[in-house]
Design a protein. Structure first.
Length: 107
């Protein structure tokens, strides 16, 4: 093959469940679905508002584990945005000349 190598575009997908989910993601979604089933079992679904509130945990966790491009999922995007907005964004220069003292010449 004349020294040509085939490198997979995304090797991390092989470590994920179904190529999309981490174990934490499936646990989070499973917890939301379980909470929804428990709410449906014990609350009377007499009105639309109660039904929406019962379905909210499963819908919310499904939204959080939904895969998106350039990030793993929505939860990861939200955590990265929070991290960016709450951390310091003014950085002090510490390059190669940080500790170098420049002496002025006397003319």
């Amino acid at each position: 093959m004349y020294n040509q190598y085939l490198i997979p575009a995304n090797t991390k997908r092989g470590k994920l469940i179904f190529g999309l989910f981490k174990p934490f993601d499936l646990g989070l979604f499973g917890g939301g679905v379980l909470a929804t089933f428990i709410l449906i079992a014990f609350l009377p679904l007499s009105s639309n508002w109660v039904t929406l509130m019962c379905l909210a945990p499963a819908v919310l966790t499904a939204f959080l584990v939904m895969p998106i491009p350039n990030y793993h999922n929505m939860l990861n995007l939200i955590l990265e945005a929070y991290d960016y907005l709450t951390n310091r964004r003014h950085y002090k220069w510490k390059g190669w000349c940080y500790k170098r003292v420049i002496k002025k010449r006397k003319h």
